[in-house]
Design a protein around this ligand. Sequence first.
Ligand code: PMP
Length: 409
Amino acid sequence: MSITTHLSTDEIFGLFRQYVIPNYRRYPVVLVRGEGVEVWDSEGKRYLDLFPGWGCNLLGHCPVPVVTAVQEQLTRLIHVPNTWFTEAQGHWAKALSERSFHGMAFFCNSGAEANEAAIKLTRLHQGPGRYKIIVFEGGFHGRTMGSLSATAQPKYHEGLHPLLPGFSYCPYGDLEAVRQRIDGETAAIMIEPIQGEGGVVLPPNGFLQGLRALADEHQLLLIFDEVQSGCGRTGEWFAYQNFEVVPDIMTLAKALCGGLPGGAMLARKEIAPSLRAGMHASTFGGNPIAAVAGLAAIEMIETQGLLERAKALGNLFLERLRDLAQRCSIVREVRGVGLMIGVELVADGTPVVNECLRRGLLINCTHGTVIRLLPAMTMTDDQVYEGCDILCRVIEEYAQGGLETKVEA
Ligand code: PMP
C-alpha cells in the first residue's frame, strides 16, 4: 500500500496535529496547485496570490522555463557534492557575478545559510580580534543562531539566549549611531538595503551611501542582505542598484531559483578567497537542480523583459494604493520599490489579511501593522486591478468597523 493515500482536508489537518511540530502558525487551508499568480486549495477554492511563496515565487507558481529546465536535469544528475565540478554551477556563478559587482559565489540552500556564510567570511577576512558586526533594528536575517543574533528584533530571541556575541544593534537610518558604534573590533556593517520583515522600510536618502563611506573609512565590509529584495524584485537585479551603492558581500535566497530552494553569497574578488578550502561548506549548496533552476530564472527574466515589467507593475500597485491612502485615513503610508510593497495602517493588519483570505486574496501582514505584498513579475494588469480592488475594499470596510472574519491562524 502506498503511504500517501488521498485524504480529506480535515484528515490532513489531523496529520499535522499529530506528526508535524507546531512551530508555524498556519491558516486552515491546504494548497494543492498553483499556476502563475493563482493557487487552488483542497476544496477547489481559487486564490489570487499577492504574496506567492513568501517572496520565493517572484516568477509566479510553476514558471514554465524553470519547470522545463528542472525536469530535464532531474533525469540526468540530481545531486553531486562540491567535491566535483559541474558546468551548471559555474554558469550560475558567472551569471550572478555579471549582473552584480563581478564577485565570486558560494552556494547554499537558504537565506539564513547565506548570512552565516557572510558572517564567517567576515571573521576570516578581517582576522583575529575583529569580529563585531553592526546590524539594524527591525532587520531580519534568519533563524539560525548566527543569523538570529544578527536579527535585531528581541521578539525572535525570547528563550534562546545566549546569542552569538558581537552584533551591535543600531537604529535603521541613523548614520551617527553607526559612526559612534564603530571600534577597533568592528569588522562589518550588515543591512537589508530595503527592510522586508521590518515593514518594507526604505533607506533614508544618503543612508546607504553614508554606510559605504563609513565602511571605507574604517576598513569594514559592507554586507547587503538581499534575500528578500534581490533577484529582480525591485525592478533592478539587486535592490542596491536603485541606490548606486555597491556592497562587498551580498546574500541571496528566496526568488533565486524560481521557487526552488537555493541560496548564495557573493563576495568581491579581493575578499572571497578568505573563505579558504575546508573552512565552510554546504552539502546541497549549488546542486545541479538549483543551478539549472537559477539559470532558467535569470533567462526568463531577461527574455521576457521582467525587470522593466516589475517596475511598471510596482507603479500600478502604488498608484492604486496611494489613491486608497488619500481617501482612507486608516492607511498611514504606502511605500515600496518595484514589487516590494508595504501599506502601513494605523491599526492591526491581521483582520485585513484574514478577510482577504476569505475573499480569495493572499497577502501578508508584517510588523503588526504593515500589509506586505511581494507579488510576482508575471502578473497581468487585470490581476493587479483584481487584487487591489479586493484589498482596497477590505481596508475601507475595516476602517468603517465592518470586518468580522475570524480565521484561526
Ligand atoms: N534575510 C532576509 C532579508 C529575509 O527576509 C529572510 C527570510 N524572510 C531571511 C534572511 C532568511 O531566509 P531563510 O528563511 O531562507 O533562511
